[in-house]
Ligand binder design. Structure first.
Ligand code: FES
Length: 162
């Protein structure tokens, strides 16, 4: 007696298989790409800048360096988060304005202006910058970033990366 079992393989119609594969691929592309764009693109979006209004220029004192604080909401991927910080505005005697980032160029701590030392001082590793943002002591080798600014309707606007 012969006990051989015959293996049964499902019969695949080649044409139906190709048709199903093509239809499935099309469906994946048609639905997958928009979904991926919707969910992934915001997370990959590069940082952009924003003009921030710091108020009336007349409130800034000539011959001083003033801390200007900001707070606004930023969309980061799927989240909307508050962004807070400050910049330093240097106003000369002729009321010309230069705005420095508060971010230390060593490892990104916030620098603080110290009037009596006439320097920006970084509390993290004792980096020091002169009143023009040039590094004069400690580990920083690059000057403080100068931020773009403009005056519109007597308001100081500063361009910040967000
Ligand atoms: S982060 Fe400012 S000196 Fe290191």
């Amino acid at each position: 007696m012969n006990n051989h079992k015959q293996k049964q393989t499902p019969h695949l119609d080649r044409r139906a298989f190709i048709k199903t594969t093509v239809l499935c691929s099309g469906a994946v592309i048609l639905t997958g790409f928009p979904l991926a764009s919707y969910f992934i693109a915001p997370a990959l979006k590069k940082a952009t800048g924003k003009w921030v209004n710091f108020g009336a220029v007349e409130n800034l004192s000539s011959g001083s360096i003033e801390m200007l604080t900001y707070e606004f909401m930023v969309k980061d991927g799927w989240l909307v988060l508050p962004q807070r910080g400050f910049v330093w505005a240097k106003i000369d005697k002729d009321h010309n304005i230069k705005v420095f980032s508060s971010t230390c160029t060593h490892l990104a701590c916030n620098v603080i202006w110290q009037e009596d030392a006439n320097q920006f001082i970084c509390p993290c590793h004792s980096g020091r910058f002169d009143s023009n943002g040039k590094p004069v002591a400690g580990p920083p080798t690059k000057p403080l970033s100068v931020l773009g600014h403009k005056i519109e309707e007597d308001k100081l606007l500063v361009y910040l990366n967000v």
